[in-house]
Design a protein around this ligand. Structure first.
Ligand SMILES: CC(C)(COP(=O)(O)OP(=O)(O)OC[C@H]1O[C@@H](n2cnc3c(N)ncnc32)[C@H](O)[C@@H]1OP(=O)(O)O)[C@@H](O)C(=O)NCCC(=O)NCCS
Length: 210
């Protein structure tokens, strides 16, 4: 059977993290895309292109794609998704072999669950959201699209996270809290109250950054 091909958008550290997960699914990375012209390919024999338009169509026809853009760039990930789908490529969801995703949890297109992360019963991870290394998303949490749950963050049960929000490393969100769209939770924060849209909070208990 022919090996399935995949294009990876982004060639920095996050792409290195995704590579073994992608290859573990039996996919072969045939091209990297990175707008940073100084970036070099870290995969021997795999070309790197500075723009989508330069991707050779014959090599990438019907290929899958993964987006290796981390940080708080959730909106960018969704935009890249639209462009790659328009070229006929298809998104993959990526789950590290050492992560746990409950059978009743739902991962939408392009979602990523990295090593040692846990996604519990009836949780939902939206399109192109990242549950990073060792993060924990407990039962019935609803994570929107383009979110980033950073390494070691803990979301207790029934937490809701709006689209494009980011939860910093080792932050803790208490049960049933609602995090608004585009909100930013600082590293190590303990969130005890709902956070409004586009508000940035830090500290224990978390309060808006002045
Ligand atoms: C919350 C955060 C987004 C704020 O970034 P910022 O807008 O650039 O804010 P600044 O660095 O200007 O800091 C503003 C104030 O908040 C404080 N602060 C920033 N982050 C803080 C945090 N995590 N906890 C407590 N205080 C924090 C700063 O000390 C500063 O206080 P001051 O005004 O008294 O000096 C950022 O610090 C953060 O925690 N990001 C998460 C990073 C992370 O987890 N990365 C993982 C990558 S996978």
């Amino acid at each position: 059977m022919a090996v399935k091909k995949i294009v990876v958008w982004g060639a920095s550290g996050h792409a290195k993290v995704l590579r073994p997960i992608i290859e573990g699914k039996g996919l072969r990375i045939v091209a990297l895309i990175d707008q940073n012209k100084d970036m070099e390919s870290f995969i021997p024999g795999c070309p790197i292109f500075p723009a989508l338009e330069e991707l050779p169509p014959e090599e990438t026809k019907n290929a899958f794609f993964a987006i290796a853009v981390g940080g708080d760039k959730g909106r960018e990930r969704l935009h890249i998704h639209e462009r790659l789908c328009a070229r006929g490529l298809s998104p993959v969801t990526l789950v590290h072999g050492a992560a746990w995703v409950a059978a009743s949890a739902r991962l939408e297109d392009g979602a990523q669950v990295l090593g040692m992360a846990a996604v519990s019963e009836e949780a939902r991870i939206g399109m192109h959201s990242i549950v990073n290394t060792n993060a924990s998303v407990d039962h019935e949490c609803l994570i929107g699209q383009g979110c980033h749950i950073m390494p070691g963050a803990t979301l207790a049960g029934c937490v809701e996270v709006g689209d494009f929000a980011t939860i910093g490393s080792n932050a803790t969100i208490l049960p049933r809290i609602r995090i608004g769209r585009g909100a930013v939770i600082g590293a190590g924060a303990v969130v005890t109250r709902d956070v409004a849209e586009n508000v940035k909070v830090v500290g224990v208990p978390a309060a808006p950054v002045r």
